[in-house]
Design a protein around this ligand. Structure first.
Ligand code: AHR
Length: 333
Protein backbone atom coordinates (compact mmCIF):
# COMPACT_ATOMS: atom_id res chain seq x y z
CA UNK A 1 0.00 0.00 0.00
CA UNK A 2 1.25 3.47 -0.86
CA UNK A 3 1.57 6.06 1.81
CA UNK A 4 0.53 9.67 0.97
CA UNK A 5 4.20 10.80 0.90
CA UNK A 6 5.26 7.96 -1.43
CA UNK A 7 2.28 8.64 -3.78
CA UNK A 8 3.26 12.32 -4.16
CA UNK A 9 6.92 11.40 -4.81
CA UNK A 10 5.88 8.89 -7.46
CA UNK A 11 3.49 11.35 -9.18
CA UNK A 12 6.28 13.92 -9.18
CA UNK A 13 8.70 11.41 -10.72
CA UNK A 14 6.17 10.55 -13.48
CA UNK A 15 5.60 14.26 -14.13
CA UNK A 16 9.35 14.93 -14.38
CA UNK A 17 9.81 11.93 -16.68
CA UNK A 18 6.90 13.01 -18.93
CA UNK A 19 8.26 16.55 -19.14
CA UNK A 20 11.74 15.25 -19.98
CA UNK A 21 10.38 12.93 -22.66
CA UNK A 22 8.29 15.74 -24.14
CA UNK A 23 11.24 18.12 -24.16
CA UNK A 24 13.52 15.51 -25.76
CA UNK A 25 10.86 14.74 -28.35
CA UNK A 26 10.38 18.40 -29.21
CA UNK A 27 14.10 18.98 -29.49
CA UNK A 28 14.46 15.99 -31.78
CA UNK A 29 11.60 17.14 -34.00
CA UNK A 30 12.69 20.77 -33.98
CA UNK A 31 10.50 23.76 -33.26
CA UNK A 32 10.22 26.94 -35.29
CA UNK A 33 9.39 28.96 -32.13
CA UNK A 34 12.82 28.20 -30.74
CA UNK A 35 14.52 28.97 -34.02
CA UNK A 36 15.26 25.29 -34.62
CA UNK A 37 14.46 23.39 -37.78
CA UNK A 38 10.70 22.88 -38.19
CA UNK A 39 9.07 19.50 -37.52
CA UNK A 40 10.38 16.86 -39.88
CA UNK A 41 7.61 16.54 -42.44
CA UNK A 42 10.02 15.17 -45.04
CA UNK A 43 10.34 18.59 -46.72
CA UNK A 44 13.72 20.09 -47.51
CA UNK A 45 14.28 23.58 -46.12
CA UNK A 46 16.07 26.20 -48.22
CA UNK A 47 17.27 29.49 -46.74
CA UNK A 48 17.57 32.08 -49.51
CA UNK A 49 19.05 35.57 -49.15
CA UNK A 50 18.09 37.89 -52.00
CA UNK A 51 19.97 41.09 -52.97
CA UNK A 52 16.88 43.32 -52.77
CA UNK A 53 14.28 44.65 -55.19
CA UNK A 54 16.38 47.09 -57.19
CA UNK A 55 15.21 46.16 -60.69
CA UNK A 56 12.59 44.45 -62.83
CA UNK A 57 15.09 41.63 -63.26
CA UNK A 58 15.32 41.15 -59.50
CA UNK A 59 11.53 41.01 -59.09
CA UNK A 60 11.31 38.36 -61.82
CA UNK A 61 14.13 36.41 -60.13
CA UNK A 62 12.40 36.51 -56.72
CA UNK A 63 9.11 35.34 -58.26
CA UNK A 64 10.89 32.51 -60.06
CA UNK A 65 12.52 31.30 -56.82
CA UNK A 66 9.31 31.50 -54.75
CA UNK A 67 7.13 29.79 -57.38
CA UNK A 68 9.69 27.05 -58.03
CA UNK A 69 10.12 26.28 -54.33
CA UNK A 70 6.36 25.78 -53.99
CA UNK A 71 6.23 23.63 -57.13
CA UNK A 72 9.16 21.50 -55.92
CA UNK A 73 7.69 21.01 -52.42
CA UNK A 74 10.65 22.79 -50.78
CA UNK A 75 10.09 24.96 -47.72
CA UNK A 76 11.58 28.38 -48.51
CA UNK A 77 12.84 30.82 -45.90
CA UNK A 78 13.30 34.05 -47.87
CA UNK A 79 15.13 37.20 -46.82
CA UNK A 80 15.42 40.52 -48.70
CA UNK A 81 18.80 42.10 -47.86
CA UNK A 82 17.81 45.53 -49.20
CA UNK A 83 21.11 45.86 -51.04
CA UNK A 84 23.25 45.46 -47.91
CA UNK A 85 25.97 42.83 -47.49
CA UNK A 86 25.68 42.97 -43.68
CA UNK A 87 21.99 41.99 -43.94
CA UNK A 88 22.93 39.00 -46.08
CA UNK A 89 25.56 37.88 -43.56
CA UNK A 90 22.99 38.13 -40.74
CA UNK A 91 20.43 36.16 -42.79
CA UNK A 92 22.98 33.41 -43.54
CA UNK A 93 23.91 33.18 -39.84
CA UNK A 94 20.20 32.86 -38.97
CA UNK A 95 19.81 30.05 -41.51
CA UNK A 96 22.80 28.26 -39.98
CA UNK A 97 21.21 28.57 -36.51
CA UNK A 98 17.90 27.29 -37.85
CA UNK A 99 19.73 24.28 -39.33
CA UNK A 100 18.21 24.61 -42.80
CA UNK A 101 19.15 21.87 -45.26
CA UNK A 102 20.64 24.17 -47.91
CA UNK A 103 21.55 27.88 -48.08
CA UNK A 104 21.44 29.80 -51.36
CA UNK A 105 22.13 33.46 -51.95
CA UNK A 106 22.80 36.05 -54.60
CA UNK A 107 25.74 38.07 -53.20
CA UNK A 108 25.33 41.86 -53.30
CA UNK A 109 29.08 42.25 -53.82
CA UNK A 110 31.87 39.82 -54.75
CA UNK A 111 34.22 40.19 -51.75
CA UNK A 112 34.06 39.53 -48.01
CA UNK A 113 32.25 36.19 -47.78
CA UNK A 114 34.92 33.76 -46.56
CA UNK A 115 34.13 33.94 -42.83
CA UNK A 116 30.39 33.33 -43.09
CA UNK A 117 30.82 30.71 -45.81
CA UNK A 118 33.25 28.87 -43.53
CA UNK A 119 30.67 28.99 -40.73
CA UNK A 120 28.14 27.31 -43.05
CA UNK A 121 30.69 24.71 -44.12
CA UNK A 122 31.62 23.93 -40.50
CA UNK A 123 27.91 23.49 -39.73
CA UNK A 124 27.68 21.00 -42.61
CA UNK A 125 25.20 23.12 -44.59
CA UNK A 126 25.84 23.21 -48.36
CA UNK A 127 25.77 26.64 -50.02
CA UNK A 128 24.67 27.40 -53.60
CA UNK A 129 25.52 30.76 -55.19
CA UNK A 130 22.81 31.99 -57.53
CA UNK A 131 23.04 34.78 -60.12
CA UNK A 132 26.19 36.42 -58.71
CA UNK A 133 29.45 34.79 -57.68
CA UNK A 134 32.01 35.55 -54.95
CA UNK A 135 35.78 36.04 -55.27
CA UNK A 136 36.73 33.47 -52.57
CA UNK A 137 39.92 31.60 -53.45
CA UNK A 138 38.64 28.53 -51.54
CA UNK A 139 36.09 27.00 -53.90
CA UNK A 140 35.18 24.34 -51.32
CA UNK A 141 33.23 27.02 -49.42
CA UNK A 142 30.29 26.60 -51.81
CA UNK A 143 28.92 23.70 -53.84
CA UNK A 144 28.16 25.43 -57.10
CA UNK A 145 27.36 28.68 -58.89
CA UNK A 146 24.32 28.96 -61.13
CA UNK A 147 23.84 32.07 -63.27
CA UNK A 148 25.02 34.10 -66.25
CA UNK A 149 28.37 34.77 -67.86
CA UNK A 150 28.47 38.52 -67.17
CA UNK A 151 31.77 39.05 -69.01
CA UNK A 152 30.17 37.57 -72.12
CA UNK A 153 27.17 39.92 -71.79
CA UNK A 154 29.53 42.92 -71.73
CA UNK A 155 31.47 41.49 -74.64
CA UNK A 156 28.36 40.94 -76.78
CA UNK A 157 27.33 44.54 -76.07
CA UNK A 158 30.74 45.87 -77.12
CA UNK A 159 30.89 43.67 -80.23
CA UNK A 160 27.51 44.98 -81.36
CA UNK A 161 28.82 48.54 -81.00
CA UNK A 162 32.04 47.78 -82.91
CA UNK A 163 29.98 46.41 -85.79
CA UNK A 164 27.43 49.24 -85.64
CA UNK A 165 30.13 51.95 -85.80
CA UNK A 166 32.49 50.27 -88.28
CA UNK A 167 31.99 53.03 -90.85
CA UNK A 168 32.15 55.90 -88.33
CA UNK A 169 34.87 58.41 -89.19
CA UNK A 170 35.35 60.49 -86.00
CA UNK A 171 35.48 59.63 -82.30
CA UNK A 172 32.44 57.85 -80.83
CA UNK A 173 31.85 59.14 -77.29
CA UNK A 174 30.46 56.50 -74.94
CA UNK A 175 29.08 56.95 -71.42
CA UNK A 176 28.70 53.94 -69.14
CA UNK A 177 26.20 53.40 -66.34
CA UNK A 178 27.70 50.77 -64.06
CA UNK A 179 25.77 48.45 -61.78
CA UNK A 180 26.27 48.29 -58.02
CA UNK A 181 29.89 49.01 -57.13
CA UNK A 182 31.79 45.82 -56.27
CA UNK A 183 29.08 43.50 -57.63
CA UNK A 184 30.02 40.70 -60.02
CA UNK A 185 27.79 41.93 -62.88
CA UNK A 186 29.18 45.48 -62.66
CA UNK A 187 32.81 44.26 -62.58
CA UNK A 188 32.38 41.68 -65.33
CA UNK A 189 30.17 43.62 -67.74
CA UNK A 190 32.57 46.57 -67.60
CA UNK A 191 35.48 44.23 -68.29
CA UNK A 192 33.77 42.40 -71.18
CA UNK A 193 32.69 45.64 -72.87
CA UNK A 194 36.15 47.23 -72.50
CA UNK A 195 37.80 44.14 -74.01
CA UNK A 196 35.42 44.09 -76.98
CA UNK A 197 36.04 47.71 -77.96
CA UNK A 198 39.77 47.79 -77.06
CA UNK A 199 41.03 47.38 -80.63
CA UNK A 200 39.03 50.44 -81.77
CA UNK A 201 40.65 53.62 -80.41
CA UNK A 202 37.90 55.78 -81.94
CA UNK A 203 35.44 54.19 -79.44
CA UNK A 204 36.05 56.20 -76.25
CA UNK A 205 34.42 55.75 -72.84
CA UNK A 206 34.36 59.39 -71.72
CA UNK A 207 32.47 58.84 -68.43
CA UNK A 208 31.65 55.80 -66.32
CA UNK A 209 29.77 55.87 -63.03
CA UNK A 210 27.50 53.67 -60.93
CA UNK A 211 23.72 54.03 -61.12
CA UNK A 212 23.32 51.12 -58.64
CA UNK A 213 21.14 49.09 -61.06
CA UNK A 214 18.10 51.34 -60.36
CA UNK A 215 15.98 53.59 -62.60
CA UNK A 216 16.41 56.54 -60.24
CA UNK A 217 20.19 56.03 -60.23
CA UNK A 218 20.30 55.76 -64.03
CA UNK A 219 18.31 58.96 -64.44
CA UNK A 220 20.34 60.99 -61.92
CA UNK A 221 23.74 59.93 -63.31
CA UNK A 222 22.66 60.41 -66.93
CA UNK A 223 21.58 63.97 -66.06
CA UNK A 224 25.12 64.64 -64.80
CA UNK A 225 26.67 63.01 -67.88
CA UNK A 226 24.55 65.19 -70.17
CA UNK A 227 25.44 68.38 -68.30
CA UNK A 228 29.18 67.62 -68.33
CA UNK A 229 29.47 66.28 -71.89
CA UNK A 230 28.02 68.17 -74.87
CA UNK A 231 28.63 65.26 -77.26
CA UNK A 232 27.44 61.82 -76.16
CA UNK A 233 26.94 59.27 -78.96
CA UNK A 234 26.35 56.04 -77.04
CA UNK A 235 25.09 54.93 -73.64
CA UNK A 236 26.09 51.51 -72.33
CA UNK A 237 23.92 50.74 -69.28
CA UNK A 238 24.66 47.61 -67.23
CA UNK A 239 20.92 46.88 -66.96
CA UNK A 240 17.56 47.80 -68.49
CA UNK A 241 16.35 49.73 -65.45
CA UNK A 242 19.23 52.21 -65.51
CA UNK A 243 18.73 52.56 -69.27
CA UNK A 244 15.04 53.29 -68.71
CA UNK A 245 15.88 55.95 -66.12
CA UNK A 246 18.44 57.45 -68.51
CA UNK A 247 15.76 57.65 -71.23
CA UNK A 248 13.91 60.22 -69.13
CA UNK A 249 17.05 62.32 -68.68
CA UNK A 250 17.89 62.15 -72.40
CA UNK A 251 14.36 63.14 -73.45
CA UNK A 252 14.31 65.98 -70.89
CA UNK A 253 17.60 67.25 -72.38
CA UNK A 254 15.87 67.55 -75.77
CA UNK A 255 17.65 64.58 -77.36
CA UNK A 256 16.10 61.57 -79.07
CA UNK A 257 16.99 58.26 -77.37
CA UNK A 258 17.95 55.54 -79.84
CA UNK A 259 18.85 58.15 -82.51
CA UNK A 260 20.89 61.05 -81.07
CA UNK A 261 22.22 58.71 -78.43
CA UNK A 262 22.35 54.96 -79.16
CA UNK A 263 21.48 52.85 -76.12
CA UNK A 264 22.81 49.40 -75.26
CA UNK A 265 21.53 47.62 -72.13
CA UNK A 266 21.56 44.19 -70.48
CA UNK A 267 18.70 42.00 -69.09
CA UNK A 268 15.78 42.00 -71.60
CA UNK A 269 12.94 42.44 -69.08
CA UNK A 270 9.56 43.45 -70.55
CA UNK A 271 9.97 47.23 -70.09
CA UNK A 272 13.42 47.11 -71.66
CA UNK A 273 12.16 45.00 -74.55
CA UNK A 274 9.32 47.47 -75.09
CA UNK A 275 11.81 50.37 -75.26
CA UNK A 276 13.84 48.33 -77.76
CA UNK A 277 10.78 47.51 -79.86
CA UNK A 278 9.88 51.23 -79.82
CA UNK A 279 13.35 52.18 -81.12
CA UNK A 280 14.38 53.97 -77.90
CA UNK A 281 16.97 51.29 -77.09
CA UNK A 282 19.15 49.84 -79.86
CA UNK A 283 20.47 46.55 -78.50
CA UNK A 284 19.99 44.31 -75.44
CA UNK A 285 22.15 41.42 -74.25
CA UNK A 286 19.96 38.96 -72.38
CA UNK A 287 20.43 37.97 -68.72
CA UNK A 288 17.86 35.44 -67.57
CA UNK A 289 16.33 35.79 -64.09
CA UNK A 290 14.43 32.49 -64.30
CA UNK A 291 16.84 30.53 -62.11
CA UNK A 292 14.23 29.02 -59.75
CA UNK A 293 13.57 25.60 -61.36
CA UNK A 294 17.28 24.79 -61.77
CA UNK A 295 18.03 26.00 -58.25
CA UNK A 296 15.41 23.68 -56.71
CA UNK A 297 16.79 20.79 -58.70
CA UNK A 298 20.28 21.54 -57.33
CA UNK A 299 18.95 21.86 -53.77
CA UNK A 300 17.61 18.31 -54.04
CA UNK A 301 20.84 17.02 -55.54
CA UNK A 302 23.21 18.56 -52.97
CA UNK A 303 20.98 17.35 -50.12
CA UNK A 304 21.40 13.81 -51.42
CA UNK A 305 25.15 14.35 -51.62
CA UNK A 306 25.19 14.06 -55.41
CA UNK A 307 28.17 15.52 -57.28
CA UNK A 308 27.28 18.61 -59.29
CA UNK A 309 29.35 20.87 -61.58
CA UNK A 310 31.18 23.80 -59.89
CA UNK A 311 29.66 26.29 -62.36
CA UNK A 312 26.39 26.11 -64.28
CA UNK A 313 25.81 28.87 -66.83
CA UNK A 314 22.46 29.99 -68.19
CA UNK A 315 21.95 30.02 -71.97
CA UNK A 316 21.18 33.52 -73.22
CA UNK A 317 20.81 35.49 -76.44
CA UNK A 318 20.76 39.06 -77.70
CA UNK A 319 17.98 41.25 -79.11
CA UNK A 320 17.66 43.83 -81.87
CA UNK A 321 14.46 45.94 -82.18
CA UNK A 322 12.96 43.47 -84.68
CA UNK A 323 13.69 40.51 -82.44
CA UNK A 324 12.22 42.34 -79.45
CA UNK A 325 8.97 42.99 -81.36
CA UNK A 326 8.72 39.27 -82.14
CA UNK A 327 9.55 38.15 -78.59
CA UNK A 328 7.39 40.62 -76.64
CA UNK A 329 3.96 38.93 -76.98
CA UNK A 330 5.19 35.81 -75.17
CA UNK A 331 7.70 37.44 -72.83
CA UNK A 332 6.99 36.22 -69.29
CA UNK A 333 8.79 38.93 -67.31
O1 AHR B 1 22.85 40.25 -60.98
C1 AHR B 1 22.00 40.47 -62.05
C2 AHR B 1 21.75 41.93 -62.20
O2 AHR B 1 21.24 42.46 -61.02
C3 AHR B 1 20.74 42.31 -63.26
O3 AHR B 1 21.30 42.54 -64.51
C4 AHR B 1 20.23 43.59 -62.72
O4 AHR B 1 19.10 44.07 -63.35
C5 AHR B 1 20.08 43.22 -61.30
O5 AHR B 1 19.74 44.18 -60.46
Amino acid sequence: MLTMGKAITRRRAVAVLTATLLATGLAACGNSDTGDKPADDGKLTLGFSQVGAESGWRTANTNSIKESATAAGIELKFDDAQGKQENQITAIRNYIQQKVDVIAFSPVVESGWDTVLKEAKDAGIPVILTDRSVDSADKSLYKTFIGSDFVKEGKLSGEWLVNETKSATGTVNIVELQGTTGSAPANDRKKGFAEAIAANPNLKVIASQTGDFTRAGGKAVMEQFLKANPKIDVLFAHNDDMGLGALEAITAAGKVPGKDIKIITIDAVKDGMQALADGKFNFIAECSPLLGPQLMDLVKKVSKGETIPQRIETEEGTFTPEQAKAALPTRKY
